[in-house]
Design a protein around this ligand. Structure first.
Ligand SMILES: [Zn+2]
Length: 168
């Protein structure tokens, strides 16, 4: 699994996704709730590595870091200020497993975590950013240029297998 620089066609796909999100936000519709119904904003494409009744965890198709992972709540909470603590604990337990897998499978030196959920209408989600050996440390890892995730199917299988028997 690796991140390739975007070519023209990839850039177009990313632009289309951003426009779709913006369109929903302007209508006051939550794009994440919408995606749980239609699946056409963040298609599975084999990127979903874990799912239960509360959350879905998915590799970002246009990541800023190799293995960037989105963990999104299925219920609508606008941002972290609305998050029930029980859900936070649930997400943290899953994060703990994924973070260790990022270290084992990707050889990540560190794994960063953030939650933003900005804009007019958004949906509680957390992001994990693996920092691989040799990559510069620090905040710039949150704002690196997006690429496109390549050759991820086998790696995603390893994550899915490991997360299948997670004890929560
Ligand atoms: Zn929502």
């Amino acid at each position: 699994m690796y991140v390739k620089k975007l070519d023209e066609n990839d850039e177009l796909l990313l632009k289309q996704r951003r426009e779709k999100i913006k369109e929903f936000q302007e209508k006051g519709v939550c794009f994440s709730c919408q995606n749980f119904i239609t699946g056409d904003i963040f298609p599975d494409d084999g990127l979903i590595i874990y799912e239960d009744e509360l959350v879905r965890c998915q590799f970002e198709k246009f990541p800023r870091a190799t293995g960037q992972t989105i963990m999104v709540s299925k219920e609508h909470y606008e941002d972290i200020s609305e998050m029930p603590l029980d859900l936070g604990v649930h997400i943290l337990k899953i994060s703990d497993v994924i973070i260790k897998l990022h270290k084992e499978i990707l050889g990540a030196e560190k794994v960063y975590m953030c939650t933003i959920c900005d804009g007019k209408r958004n949906h509680l989600h957390f992001q994990l950013f693996p920092r691989l050996k040799g990559e510069k440390i620090g905040y710039q890892n949150f704002v690196r240029e997006e690429g496109i995730l390549m050759d991820y199917q086998e790696t995603a299988d390893l994550y899915r297998k490991a997360l299948k028997n997670i004890k929560l």
